[in-house]
Design a binder for this molecule. Structure first.
Ligand code: ZN
Length: 426
């Protein structure tokens, strides 16, 4: 399979951050990475390949270098979460003959793109099992929900004013019809999990679009898929880490949950997760002198990979005309003088040179000066760890839609550049 075909499979297997971590674990273990536990000391040496997950929504995978202090860490950061709709803890709503599910929007989703889709449900559930409280992933691959639009005859202005949905009143998903028996979501999910309804304690359940990811366009030049932001970067990081040859630097891939809601959580980028993991890698190798960690950090670099805004031909004036990335023209370096992106002129030069050496074209993005700029894990990780960082990402359209699009050739290009970064290219 080509890199972009394996990306499509990764996305379709990963409707939630929990699945994105489980799929990454599966692929890494097949490539010789062993799983570490957070609650046990680590003993490490050069060449060791390891994987560790944080509450099953974030993970770090790494290969220990031959000289981890003097050569530092080559880190790639990305995020596992995407905006979506999550089932409330007590979601059941009845009335007018229907059963509906109350939903909470997660992150900055484009609400109107979720209507009239065939929606499955996936996530993590906690329940009483033989060994006490147990946790499990579930993925219900059939269209159990729909957020139905109102007919145009009852909403005559929809094409002029846009589809506006009140998130409390007009978002609940149609889930079934009222009958006499217990039609609760709890009963439904327990049956899916094969457990008794009373044993089910809690869930983090997300709706997802069942339409499979595809290559599209005249010659397969596009990728049409959900969650490209930012599973495409997680996957490029995985391809790069698996392919990378061992060098003096330690190669570290960190994929955080909760970027779309500001990164402030125990497993988000605004936590000690990365900093404490890097320190544990050094300690595990026996480099625990007080100077080892700061010296290693000073020799380290973080490439924060998160998808970038391509110029949209129908809305070209939304971009700065000199910084309008195009699909399949290579990775994008993102800069913002107000530090919404962590790129500096030095780290920009580093990434541009990596691309140049591989003859991969590279593009640049800055926001229009009169529009508010988005942000990503780059500045947050840089601020927490104190490590030089460049913010990059492949160009895409329809960001935060239920179905996004990107260029199919950019994916392999990004994976090659991230691999060169892991391999410690100067
Ligand atoms: Zn993102």
């Amino acid at each position: 399979m080509t890199p972009e075909e394996t990306l499509l499979a990764y996305i379709d297997a990963s409707p939630t951050p929990y699945h994105a971590v489980a799929e990454a674990r599966f692929r890494l273990v097949a490539e010789g990475f062993n799983e570490l536990r957070l609650d046990e000391p680590w003993s490490l040496g050069p060449g060791d390949k390891r994987f560790v997950s944080f509450d099953h929504g974030s993970f770090v995978a790494f290969v220990v270098g031959t000289d981890p202090v003097a050569a530092g860490f080559r880190v790639v950061g990305a995020h596992t979460d995407s905006p979506n709709l999550r089932v409330k803890p007590q979601p059941d709503l009845d009335g007018h003959g229907f059963r509906r599910l109350g939903l909470s929007p997660y992150g900055g989703l484009q609400v109107a793109t979720w209507v009239d889709r065939d929606l499955g449900i996936a996530g993590q559930a906690s329940f009483y099992g033989d060994s006490g409280v147990e946790h499990g992933l579930f993925k219900i691959d059939r269209p159990v929900c729909r957020i139905a639009t109102l007919a145009i005859h009852l909403n005559r202005e929809v094409n002029d004013k846009g589809l506006l949905l009140n998130k409390q009143k007009e978002l609940p998903a149609l889930f079934g019809l009222e009958t006499k028996d217990d039609g609760s979501f709890r009963r439904f999910l327990a049956a899916q999990l094969g457990i008794d309804k009373a044993a089910l304690i809690s869930w983090d359940a997300s709706l997802f679009d069942l339409c499979p990811s595809r290559l599209g366009g005249e010659d397969g030049e596009f990728i049409f898929a959900p969650r490209l932001d930012n599973l495409a970067s997680c996957h490029a990081g995985l391809l790069a880490l698996i392919a990378a040859q061992q060098t003096a630097s330690s190669a570290v891939l960190v994929c955080f949950d909760n970027e779309e809601v500001g990164s402030q959580s125990a497993r988000g980028a605004d936590s000690p997760l990365l900093s404490s993991t890097l320190r544990r890698i050094l300690d595990g190798c026996g480099h625990s002198a007080p100077q080892d960690f700061p010296v290693s950090l000073a020799n380290s670099l973080l490439v924060s990979a998160d998808m970038a805004h391509a110029g949209h031909p129908n809305f070209a004036d939304k971009h700065d005309p000199n910084h309008m990335p195009q699909l399949n023209k290579g990775p994008v370096i993102k800069s913002n003088v107000n530090q919404r992106y962590a790129t500096t002129s030095r780290t920009l030069a580093y990434f541009a040179r990596l691309c140049e050496k591989l003859e991969v074209p590279v593009q640049q993005f800055v926001n229009r000066s009169d529009l508010r700029c988005g942000s990503t894990i780059g500045p947050i990780s840089a601020g927490n760890v104190g490590i030089d960082t460049v913010d990059v990402g492949n160009p895409m359209l329809s960001m935060h839609s239920v179905r996004e699009m990107a260029g199919s050739q950019d994916h392999q290009a990004m994976a090659r550049v991230l691999r060169a970064h892991f391999e410690g290219s100067p």
